[in-house]
Design a binder for this molecule. Structure first.
Ligand SMILES: Nc1ncnc2c1ncn2[C@@H]1O[C@H](COP(=O)(O)OP(=O)(O)OP(=O)(O)O)[C@@H](O)[C@H]1O
Length: 457
């Protein structure tokens, strides 16, 4: 044999070995028959899937060793077939078959089989993952859902009604909203109502109190961070609140307290509609409605150069101002009645005339929040159905008794009424008898006759 031809045989043999090994390492089962239907080759995975050993099958007609085999059909009709289901004991698999052509003639056929057990396993895994995801979505959804709608905003004052109308329009405007008002006037209540009214209501509402988060943490809270961006960073990094509220609303409360350095970053995010995590290179597009609130005069902060003017105008897309409760006195009794309804007491609670007068004339520096706390306090202080001035917190009661109760009386009347009240209280504690009255007169440093005289006036 010539040297060249021997070399050729050597390469051919090596090539065949190499090809067999390659086919053997494929993750699908492979069976090859020749044009006579005789099995020429099966790979290891074929044996793994079907349990059929090569020596039981190779060199034999496939039809004899594998009853019902459909691969021989490919020799006859030259057709490819796919996804044929087979079951071998516990093992399920699918087969694809195809004829093998050489120079336009069928010289054999090949079948490729894939175990369904792995597919089943993956399907189960997928199902489990989907269920976990749904549970998580549910939890996150509940965490970030709003509690209030516009129907929870109580008030007949015309100013408040106008504010509500403006806020309803703002809910559909897709503009940044700045809510200003004293503490406890209902800024978060309005922010929630706007979110639940508008098209973003199915997405998260995320409130952030800019004054409550330390300045050094606020940036990574808002924008997130990449893994390893600082020593105490969590594995996998952190999703920022902007990203978390995507398609929803981010409510930045106490915006006046946003550190100056962060103001520039916030402005950039609002202008570009993109956020970049701390320590990250990539930017992510976000679509978030930003509602900000403050009880400070943001305009004044701008004048004092403590708040960026450009950011102020950016945030102030729709300015909403909520008036303090002392400027809408007629809402006070409405709010009280609503609260009593909510308290769900079976007794008919009654605020005495004197109490109502005190409540409606008090200034309410803590606004509706203070009013609500006061009503809760009074409800827990009374033992009857009547709420009297003494059931109110001391600060309100005193305020009322001095500036309001007597506000329509002359000094003479005030002195007379006060004297009579003091005498009444003293007699009450000494006893409503002649001896009691004598003792009361003695305690007050007046004669019994003067006591009778003053009581009779
Ligand atoms: N008009 C209103 N009708 C019904 N409830 C109200 C109204 N205004 C305020 N409240 C209630 O008063 C409480 C305080 O409101 P909220 O927290 O929204 O005030 P805020 O202005 O955001 O306060 P802060 O500036 O201190 O954050 C809440 O319980 C809220 O539901």
């Amino acid at each position: 044999m010539a040297e060249g031809s021997r070399k050729n045989d050597f390469y051919k043999k090596n090539y065949t070995d190499w090809l067999e090994e390659t086919i053997d390492s494929i993750n699908d089962g492979i069976l090859v028959i020749d044009s006579q239907g005789i099995v020429q080759f099966v790979n290891t995975e074929y044996t793994n899937i079907t349990g059929v050993q090569p020596e039981a099958i190779v060199g034999k007609p496939l039809r004899d060793v594998r009853k019902g085999a459909i691969l021989p059909k490919a020799l006859r009709d030259g057709k490819r077939r796919a996804g044929i289901y087979r079951r071998e004991g516990q093992i399920e698999y699918v087969i694809d078959t195809a004829p093998v052509y050489k120079h336009g003639e069928i010289v054999g056929a090949v079948s490729v089989c894939k175990s369904l057990n792995e597919v089943h396993f993956l399907t189960k895994e997928l199902k489990r993952s989907k269920e976990r995801l749904a549970r998580l979505e549910n939890t996150v959804g509940h965490m970030y859902q709003t509690k209030y709608t516009f129907s929870d905003i109580i008030g007949k004052d015309s100013g408040l009604k106008d504010t509500v109308e403006l806020a309803k329009k703002a809910a559909y405007a897709n503009l940044n909203i700045l809510i200003q008002g004293e503490s406890g006037t209902g800024k978060e209540l309005f922010a929630q109502a706007i979110h639940s009214e508008g098209p973003r209501s199915k997405f998260p509402f995320i409130p952030v109190n800019c004054a409550a988060i330390p300045a050094e943490l606020l940036e990574s809270e808002l924008f997130g961070y990449e893994e390893g961006s600082f020593t105490s960073s969590k594995k996998g990094g952190k999703v920022g609140l902007f990203e978390l509220s995507n398609y929803g609303t981010l409510f930045l409360d106490e915006i006046g307290d946003l550190p100056f350095e962060l103001q520039a970053k916030l402005l950039r995010v609002l202008q570009e509609g993109r956020v970049r995590k701390v320590g990250g290179l990539n930017e992510q597009e976000i679509d978030v409605q930003v509602i900000t609130a403050t009880n400070k005069d943001l305009g004044k902060l701008v004048e004092k150069k403590r708040f960026r003017e450009d950011l102020y105008y950016r945030l102030n897309g729709v300015p909403i101002k909520i008036s303090p409760l002392r400027e809408r006195k007629k809402d006070i009794l409405l709010l009280i009645n609503d609260l009593i309804d909510q308290a769900g007491t079976t007794q008919a609670i009654r605020f005495t005339e004197e109490t109502r007068q005190i409540l409606s004339q008090y200034d309410w520096p803590g606004n509706t929040r203070e009013l609500f706390n006061t009503v809760h306090y009074a409800l827990s202080m009374t033992e009857t159905n009547d709420i009297e001035p003494q059931h109110l917190p001391e600060v309100i009661c005193k305020h009322g008794s001095i500036t309001n109760i007597y506000s329509h009386q002359s000094l003479k009347e005030i002195i007379k009424n006060t004297e009579q009240e003091v005498i009444r209280q003293t007699i009450k504690s000494c006893g409503d008898t002649l001896d009691g009255k004598k003792m009361a007169a003695q305690q007050l440093g007046i004669s019994l006759a003067t006591l009778y005289n003053k009581m009779g006036k």
